[in-house]
Design a protein around this ligand. Structure first.
Ligand SMILES: [Zn+2]
Ligand SMILES: [Zn+2]
Ligand SMILES: [Zn+2]
Length: 268
């Protein structure tokens, strides 16, 4: 455990804010995909938390390697998974580099369903017969209830997302609800709204304006933000439907568009 020399804080970095195909999309010549605004370059959705006593990565997107290089990540204490869709897990093998640097396995956390799918796809990482340097090796932990990690209380927030359920996460400390991260959800049920009521920052799925069967629209995400009384809200998991600037113009006060590389700092 590192010794805390300064006041403890929680730093959150948005590693990616794009939908499953990313923005720009391969082969698309629309104005958004051709935008030169760096905020219109959206890698697949993920966040990274530097908690007082540990670094947490949420999801291993297909863009994990580029995200880690861009943000200078070199040490992870845990990886939390929201759900087993390809855009949230397909960078899993790049965890190998962290295992190599740290000289041991990585603790990963998720629902039984998500960890089961990860073990099916990346079987070699779960029970290696021999530990080979340079390969990924993980220790799975099924999340069923709130737990403490890195000096932060973590509350799982199951939300519907079509055929699968996504785990959102509420990060709290000493009774303060600091951050709720709700990636990929079609709705936010009442019990989950109650858990995150009054949260300081909400980062929430708002795919686009056009309705989608498994994702919130931007206006539905803003409605959740208002209903739970989030002090600040950032929309994530966005498509190429609008530019960052055009999207931001439509939003109510207190609701903003997330972008890759965005950082939030909480004094604890
Ligand atoms: Zn997704
Ligand atoms: Zn496009
Ligand atoms: Zn998904």
């Amino acid at each position: 455990m590192p010794i805390e020399l300064s006041a403890p804080k929680l730093t959150v970095t948005v590693l990616g804010s794009g939908t499953s195909q990313g923005v720009p999309m391969i082969g698309c010549r629309c104005p958004v995909c051709q935008s030169t605004d760096p905020r219109d370059k959206r890698t697949r959705s993920s966040i990274y938390l530097e908690a007082p006593q540990g670094n947490i990565l949420v999801d291993t997107t297909p863009d994990l390697r580029q995200q880690a290089l861009r943000e200078g990540l070199d040490h992870l204490d845990a990886v939390f998974f929201t759900h087993p869709h390809a855009d949230h897990i397909m960078g899993f093998d790049d965890l190998r580099r962290f295992c190599d640097i740290q000289g041991g396995p990585l603790d990963i956390y998720g629902s039984a369903e998500t960890l089961g799918q990860l073990e099916r796809i990346f079987f070699y990482a779960f029970k290696p017969k021999t530990l080979v340097p340079g390969y990924v090796h993980v220790l799975p932990h099924i999340i069923t209830e709130p737990f403490e990690f890195g000096g932060i209380e973590v509350t799982p927030l199951p939300v519907p997302h079509g055929a699968v359920s996504t785990l959102g996460f509420l990060f709290s400390r000493a009774g303060r609800k600091l951050l709720a991260y709700l990636s990929d959800c079609a709705a936010v049920p009442e019990p989950i709204r109650a858990l995150i009521a009054g949260v300081e920052v909400l980062i929430i799925d708002g795919l686009r304006d056009k309705p989608h069967p498994t994702h919130l629209t931007v206006s539905a995400a803003a409605e959740v933000a208002q209903a739970v009384g989030a002090r600040r809200t950032f929309i994530t998991h966005l498509t190429h439907e609008k530019t960052h600037v055009d999207r931001q113009r439509d939003l109510p006060a207190g609701v903003d568009v997330a972008y890759d590389g965005m950082k939030l700092e909480f004094e604890l």
